[in-house]
Design a protein around this ligand. Structure first.
Ligand code: ADP
Length: 367
């Protein structure tokens, strides 16, 4: 397997539209790295440049320390699995999986061995004689993955492979892909716009926005220590709540929202950089699970907040509570056994030590 390194990779379409802006990251041997970001942020373009399906405008792409910018796709030893499966409709599963090897003139017995082994790994041996139209979306996706596996490539590239599957099957396939990664011990680069998919699959995640890497880290690093407001809002579902306001010094540092009706004492929050924001605008961020309906024992600081409860969504194991804090809409996540009345003002408690702050000008986390 392999190591892939992107160094100052830029993509400009038609000599003017810069869609990938100096991207740098490295994928280590056997790693499962997910590229995630909103639609149009340049994820597929990055993946296609790695595959060799798109020219690299500038920068260097290395596979195993060898610069491969000018290598043809077929010489890069990479296999790509597409969203639309790209199977040949007139061929059986066996023929679809064997096709690439046949072109490469791999001996027939070797092709047979590899196809049957891949089919076994993917549990699709019983489908080998079927044609694509006689299969479900999930089965076709497995065949598309099988076609990549038989090539035994250095790197697997996946471009939104689950987006054509229904929600239940997507969850199943996520688990399957994790198992497959373990079995194959493969280096995988996987593109998705779905942050849940990124969180559940990636050993590391690269978050892209407008062709720029916003942060690289493990799922929990991105969740617990986002470097900027974009990552904070993009990773996590329901998303982090944001309240614009300012910091004041009243002996203790306090946060006051824009409407000046909310005041949160920040003395229990360890954040030395906040004193640089005294008298300045700032954005407070708090995750839904860090807003409570009562003061949780053992926490070092709670801020009481009056908010109007708009709606409650029962999820079974928990409930999502939609509240208004002046003009700011927020979501809190409570245990399902709590009794919440809508259209009433309720006392909520922010778990102060878990509050994050962001600079409204450049979006960076304040720390
Ligand atoms: P993502 O995969 O994140 O949805 P893409 O990499 O497909 O994003 O596209 C990034 C941007 O590049 C988009 O704005 C898209 O419209 C643009 N783009 C993609 N392909 C081309 C092309 N062949 N010519 C011009 N612009 C393109």
């Amino acid at each position: 397997m392999a190591n892939v390194k992107l160094e100052n990779i830029v993509k400009i379409y038609d000599g003017k539209t810069e869609v990938v802006k100096s991207v740098n990251f490295e994928i280590f041997d056997k790693e499962f790295v997910v590229l995630v970001g909103p639609s149009g942020c340049g994820k597929s373009t990055v993946l296609r440049m790695v595959a060799g399906l798109e020219d690299i405008t500038s920068g260097n792409l290395y596979i195993d320390k060898k610069r491969v910018n000018d290598l043809l796709p077929k010489d890069r030893d990479i296999a790509m699995v597409f969203q639309n499966y790209a199977l040949y409709p007139h061929m059986t599963v066996y023929q679809n999986m064997a096709f690439g090897l046949k072109i490469k003139k791999v001996p027939r017995e070797e092709i047979d061995r590899r196809v049957r082994k891949a089919a076994e790994i993917l549990e699709i041996s019983y489908l080998l004689d079927r044609k694509p139209k006689a299969m479900s979306g999930g089965q076709r996706q497995r065949v598309a993955i099988g076609r990549a596996i038989v090539r035994d490539p250095k790197v697997f590239l996946f471009d939104e492979p689950l987006s054509n599957l229904d929600a239940k099957l997507r969850v199943q396939m996520r688990v399957e892909l994790q198992k497959l990664h373990k079995k194959l011990q493969a280096t995988i680069i996987y593109v998705t716009h779905d942050q849940t998919e990124a969180m559940t699959l990636g050993s590391r995640i690269v978050v892209l926005k407008d062709g720029i890497v916003m942060q690289i880290g493990s799922p929990m690093e991105l969740y617990n220590t986002p470097e900027n407001i974009f990552v904070a809002g993009f990773i996590g579902s329901p998303p982090m709540n944001f309240i614009p306001g300012e910091i004041r010094n009243k002996g203790d540092l306090v946060f006051i929202d824009e409407e000046k009706t909310l005041e949160i004492n920040l003395s229990s929050l360890q954040n030395a950089a906040l004193k640089n924001y005294i008298g300045k605008k700032i954005v407070l961020g708090i995750r839904p699970e860090n807003i409570h309906h009562f003061q949780v024992e053992g926490s070092s600081g709670f801020a009481k907040v009056n908010a109007t409860i708009n709606a409650v969504e029962h999820m079974g194991s928990e409930m999502l509570v939609y509240v208004n804090l002046n003009k700011v809409q927020m979501i809190a996540r409570f245990p399902s056994e709590e009794i919440i009345e809508t259209d009433k003002i309720a006392e909520l408690y922010f778990d102060t030590p878990r509050i994050l702050f962001f600079d409204p000008d450049n979006g960076s986390v304040v720390k």
